[in-house]
Design a protein around this ligand. Structure first.
Ligand SMILES: Cc1cc2nc3c(=O)[nH]c(=O)nc-3n(C[C@H](O)[C@H](O)[C@H](O)COP(=O)(O)OP(=O)(O)OC[C@H]3O[C@@H](n4cnc5c(N)ncnc54)[C@H](O)[C@@H]3O)c2cc1C
Length: 392
């Protein structure tokens, strides 16, 4: 268990560097000016935050993991987590839309070759500002990643892809996709391969666009592949490595997702502190009723704890330590505690909490997805059990 302890010599630093503090301050200002004032409108209209994405891109707070060699800022996972918390504070619907490029380019960063990085990251993502989506999930295979049915069959020097993906973030707007398909359906998880697929490929279409409970500013849609021809140079890594790439992607991406949930928690806490100091019941501000004050204290405890776990998970990625347990613990805890914070925030606000005029109603709708996407909370616990009992 020693790797879970925060060691003052080797563990995460509690003081941010001057550059990291500047990054947080700059992102916080960006969120205050560009996200918080419009979040309710984007939520109501389920409007995709394209302009906000491009403004954030100019500032270097999206596509953060793209290395400097490919025109990116080459940020660490820790720095990306700092930014993700700030964006999540503003609106997790908008932050999901802004953050998914980072998820979708991870297969290329982890397993792509130099030509793929130069073209897809250097030209398409950095220079052209393209959107990228990440396609694993299918109608009959979500948690069970190895159960996907989308097929990629070799035809000379190309592959023909047939099948469909569902619940894909930003799919309607993506200029290209990193997609997982079966190249050898009889080989179970060893028969999966990752492909880069251009949006303009004949036979590729966007199917149903989903209307959602929360995070409504993010786009969620199906992708349909009908004899989509993909050249073999678009294979990421080796044929048959797709499952391992997908699992590594999740170890990298979970700290960023946990950080957005942490941001939502901090928002719930701030809103409750303001409201409970002003709102009076029985002649005193409601925070003076212990039942209310303690709820808010628990929110503060859980926020600090979730943030430390998230920082540790991100730090681990930056150290090149690939142990799926810590990202799974951070993601599960941050998602569960953010959900509790949003439920409790509505309670602290009483009847007002249930109304759209007050911000906590949206937090409650937005938060639920953190227990579902990037591996459900049950799947995170399965990973933790698997790692704890490895060899038992
Ligand atoms: C808004 C949104 C955005 C998304 N974005 C993307 C994206 O960009 N790219 C992408 O590929 N996918 C995306 N997803 C898909 C998401 O990752 C899946 O929905 C998620 O992994 C769960 O899969 P499922 O919906 O098929 O549920 P299922 O796997 O059918 O699970 C249903 C329930 O059973 C439980 N369960 C299943 N198996 C087990 C088990 N072995 N042990 C215990 N419990 C289990 C689950 O935890 C869950 O509670 C998105 C989903 C949503 C809703």
């Amino acid at each position: 268990m020693e790797d879970l302890l925060l060691d003052s010599r080797t563990g995460p630093q509690f003081k941010l560097s001057d550059e990291q503090e500047m990054l947080v301050r700059m992102t916080r200002d960006f969120v205050a000016d560009n996200i918080i004032p419009v979040a309710a409108e984007y939520d109501e209209a389920a409007k995709f935050p394209e302009e906000i994405f491009h403004k954030a891109r100019e500032l270097g707070i999206v596509n953060m993991l793209v290395p400097e060699a490919y025109g990116g800022v080459g940020a660490t996972a820790f720095e990306e987590a700092l930014v993700s918390e700030e964006l999540g504070y503003g609106c997790t619907g908008i932050s999901s839309s802004l953050g998914v490029n980072s998820l979708a380019v991870l297969p290329i960063l982890i397993a792509g070759n130099d030509e793929q990085k130069a073209y897809w990251l250097g030209q398409r993502v950095t220079e052209m500002g393209h959107f990228v989506s990440y396609g694993v999930t299918e109608a009959d295979a979500g948690s069970n990643v190895a159960g996907i049915q989308t097929r990629a069959e070799r035809r000379g020097s190309s592959y023909l892809i047939n099948g469909s993906k569902t619940f894909i973030t930003n799919a309607s707007h993506a200029d290209f996709f990193t997609i997982f398909a079966k190249t050898d359906p009889d080989a179970g998880h060893r028969g999966m391969t990752c492909f880069i697929v251009d949006r303009e490929s004949p036979g590729l279409s966007i199917g149903k666009k989903f209307d959602k409970l929360g995070q409504r500013a993010s786009d969620t849609a199906e992708i349909v592949f009908e004899n989509v021809e993909v050249p073999e140079e678009n294979i990421v890594g080796e044929v048959g490595q797709g499952f391992y790439i997908a699992m590594k992607v999740f170890d990298h991406s979970r700290p960023g997702v946990a950080a957005a949930a942490v941001g939502l928690q901090r928002r719930a806490l701030d809103e409750c502190v303001k409201f409970a100091a002003e709102r009076e019941a029985f002649g005193v501000p409601i925070y003076q009723h212990q039942a209310v004050g303690h709820k808010i204290a628990d929110m503060a405890i859980n926020y600090e704890a979730a943030r430390l776990l998230t920082w540790q998970a991100a730090w681990q990625v930056d150290q090149g330590i690939f142990n799926p347990r810590v990202p799974a613990i951070a993601k599960a805890f941050a998602a569960d505690m953010a959900t509790k914070a949003a439920v409790d925030a509505v309670q602290v606000f009483g009847g007002y909490g249930y109304m759209k005029e007050f911000p906590v109603e949206k937090l409650l709708r937005d938060v639920k997805i953190f227990q579902i996407y990037e591996g459900t909370s049950e799947i995170q616990r399965n990973i933790i059990v698997r790692e704890l009992f490895r060899g038992a």
